[in-house]
Design a protein around this ligand. Structure first.
Ligand code: SF4
Length: 81
């Protein structure tokens, strides 16, 4: 999964770009639900939020490292629901 750092300026550009609905406005900054983030695997070649974030504050989440297979399995779970 990806994560949003405290450099987030709450611009709201990323939220509508997420095909999994994983991004939402948190208490102070935008947040990514690691249970929903597939790093856009299954949808796009590149994470869409990273493409649009004006301050590049959406890195890989070191607490939720996943292989491409794991991300694809998550995508299948989400889309089957
Ligand atoms: Fe924050 Fe970047 Fe999303 Fe804007 S695009 S809300 S700065 S994470």
């Amino acid at each position: 999964a990806l994560m949003i750092t405290d450099e987030c300026i709450n611009c709201d550009v990323c939220e509508p770009e997420c095909p999994n609905g994983a991004i939402s406005a948190g208490e102070e900054i935008y947040v990514i639900d690691p249970n929903l983030c597939t790093e856009c695997v299954g949808h796009y070649d590149e994470p869409q939020c990273q493409q649009v974030c004006p301050v590049d504050c959406i890195p890989l989440d070191p607490a939720h490292e996943e292989s491409r297979d794991e991300l694809m399995a998550k995508y299948r779970l989400i889309t089957a629901a």
